[in-house]
Design a binder for this molecule. Structure first.
Ligand SMILES: Cc1cc2nc3c(=O)[nH]c(=O)nc-3n(C[C@H](O)[C@H](O)[C@H](O)COP(=O)(O)O)c2cc1C
Length: 198
C-alpha cells in the first residue's frame, strides 16, 4: 500500500472484533508516532496502552460521568450524550485504547518564552496520532480517534500520567466489516492560491 492509498483508505472504524491485538502490533503502531515532526524536536507525545480491566475502569468512569453533566439546552444535552454513549460503547467493545498525553501541559506554557509553545506541541501530537492511524491502516488494523473521553480528562490524567495532560484516545482493533467513508469538501472550497507564476 503506498502513502496515497493509505491516506485515502483510512476511515474511523466503529465496529471491532473482540480478538486481542498482539503486543508487537501495538508497539509497531506507537513506533510510527515517534517519527512525527515536533517543535525543536521536543517529542511532546506520551502514551498509555489500556486493555482489559483498566479499559473497563475508564469506560465505567466515563459512563458515570454522563449522569453528572450540567444540562445545557435540552437539544445539546441529548445530542452530545448520544454521541458520547456511542463512543464509550465502542471503547468498551474494542480490545485496545491508547491514551495520548502531552508531556508539557498547557499551564507550563505560561512559563515559556514562546507564546506558541502549547499550540505547537498540540500540532505535533496531532501529527504523531495521524502517523499511528496510517501505520495501523497499512497493517489492516482499525482505528478511531476519540475526543469524548476528555470529559474525564482529570481522572484519566491523574491515573495514567499525572505530570502531563490528556489530548485524545485512539481505539485500536481488528475491524469487523469495512465501514463507510464519509464525504469530503471539494478541494476548490479549501484553497486560495495567491502570488505569481506556479
Ligand atoms: C480530534 C478528533 C476527535 C474525535 N472524537 C471522536 C469521538 O469521540 N467519537 C467518535 O465516534 N469519533 C470521533 N472522531 C472521529 C471523527 O468523527 C471522524 O474522523 C470524522 O467524522 C471523519 O470520518 P473518517 O475518520 O472516517 O474519515 C474524532 C476525530 C478527531 C480528529
Amino acid at each position: 500500500m503506498d502513502v496515497q492509498e493509505c491516506i485515502n483508505s483510512r476511515i474511523s472504524s466503529r465496529l471491532y472484533k473482540s480478538d486481542p491485538l498482539p503486543d508487537e502490533i501495538i508497539r509497531d503502531i506507537l513506533n510510527a508516532a515517534r517519527y512525527a515532526p515536533s517543535p525543536k524536536n521536543r517529542q511532546p507525545w506520551r502514551f498509555a496502552v489500556l486493555t482489559g480491566d483498566e479499559k473497563a475502569v475508564l469506560v465505567q468512569k466515563c459512563q458515570d460521568g454522563l449522569q453528572n453533566h450540567v444540562p445545557r439546552t435540552k437539544y445539546l444535552m441529548d445530542h452530545e450524550s448520544a454521541s458520547e454513549i456511542h463512543t464509550f460503547h465502542i471503547i468498551d467493545k474494542a480490545p485496545v485504547l491508547i491514551l495520548v498525553f502531552n508531556a508539557f501541559p498547557s499551564k507550563q506554557a505560561l512559563n515559556s518564552q514562546n507564546p506558541h509553545f502549547d499550540f505547537l506541541n498540540q500540532q505535533a501530537i496531532g501529527a504523531a496520532i495521524q502517523n499511528m492511524l496510517l501505520r495501523a491502516t497499512e497493517l489492516g488494523i482499525g482505528t478511531l480517534w476519540v475526543g469524548d473521553i476528555l470529559s474525564e480528562a482529570q481522572f484519566i490524567t491523574e491515573r495514567y500520567f499525572s505530570t502531563g495532560e490528556l489530548v485524545a484516545g485512539i481505539v485500536l482493533g481488528f475491524p469487523d466489516g469495512l465501514g463507510h467513508p464519509v464525504s469530503r469538501r471539494l478541494l476548490s472550497e479549501l484553497i486560495v492560491f495567491s502570488g505569481g507564476q506556479r
